[in-house]
Design a protein around this ligand. Sequence first.
Ligand SMILES: Nc1ncnc2c1ncn2[C@@H]1O[C@H](COP(=O)(O)OP(=O)(O)OP(=O)(O)O)[C@@H](O)[C@H]1O
Ligand SMILES: [Mg+2]
Length: 417
Amino acid sequence: MARDSTDYPSLSVPTRDPGELEKILLQLAEEIDELQRQKEKLGQELELEKALLWSILNNIPEGIILLDDQGRIVIMNRRAEVMLQYTIQEVLGKPVNTALASKKNPRLVVQKVIKRPWVREAMVMRKDGSEIPLRVKLWSVLDEDGKETTKVVCLEDLTRSHELTQHSMRNERLSSLGELSMGIAHEIRNPLAGMRITAQALEEEVGSNPLAREYVSRIISEIDRLNELLKSFFSFAKPQKPALVPCRLEELVREVIFILEGELRERGVEVEMHFPAEVPQLMLDTGQMKQVLFNLVINAMQAMAHGGTLRIGISSNTEARPPEVILSVADTGKGINPEHRSKIFDPFFTTKAKGLGLGLSISHRIVQAHGGRMSFQSEVGKGTTFHVHLPVKKDEGGPPPQEGEENRGEHLASNGL
Ligand SMILES: Nc1ncnc2c1ncn2[C@@H]1O[C@H](COP(=O)(O)OP(=O)(O)OP(=O)(O)O)[C@@H](O)[C@H]1O
Ligand SMILES: [Mg+2]
């Protein structure tokens, strides 16, 4: 854009021609305009770069805080704001320990100039007083003369890795508990076999004395019960790979109910079975799947101390990937207390005086080995329904989709021995 030359102070440029002077002035004005344009462009570029830097800073997974040479906060990225619950406006220009302190060490960050990065793990206090485990890394940025220009504080959230450590410590404890029980179970088995043989011999000796016979038969049945418990231990500690064969789930249910019929009737439990006309054929280990059914039905029966209704249903979910068959075992029993719900699949968790707390953990393990999952709903005083989801075809594309809140299978998967 040309300007009127009178806008500019006159220059004492030696010239022969006044027209030439005007030309020079015009040229100068254009150059100034050009410089102005370049300045605006540079300003825009600077803004863009600043925006880019902020977006990088705000999108890195670590919290970043920059300090001036006095240790005051000049920049804090979004991640750090979320971790510490302070906004940059609240801590701008304040000493770093305003935002970054721990109960044990209120002056967590060192103030001196440091040549090498300084790292510390600490429980850092957030604005609301809660604590967050962080790895705090700190280093000084020096200028050419070795003078500190800024300090960078990098914060890494250790919540997840803390959880994992606790989880794996728990698994280790459970695993050594499993080994211990295996050892004890082995030791108990042999004397038990001896006791059973002796009791049988005694049975023959006592002849026709009815009371003595009754006592001996009780001893034998208690020994058999102990043996059953030991078997549960073994199948828990050394799970077998399922031997899959084509199988009709409803037939397995009928077999299990047939065996438990007498006991169910005695306890005043009515059984209802709802099977659709066509249940897809499944690939199952029949022995293992019967064990699951036994565990679920016995649990249901035990939950209905004063009788009730046991409903066993089978349905298909063709929308699921892969399509699945859902077996449900519902009782009208006492229900599961909310505080127990996250634990019922844990090995050795029981609320029963004579329970081992292995039924559900073994069942869950078996169902998982079939590519399936378990879930449940429960209402205290009304009853509980367990669902066993089994894939119709062996899943080849990884694990089946994850289920909702009520699923405890996931929970168990990370806790199992
Ligand atoms: N249908 C149910 N109704 C109410 N509570 C249940 C039901 N099924 C399971 N539970 C709860 O879950 C706990 C764990 O069940 P699990 O079958 O694993 O062990 P258990 O029945 O106690 O002992 P066992 O090893 O003899 O099966 C039970 O002690 C009980 O508190
Ligand atoms: Mg049980």
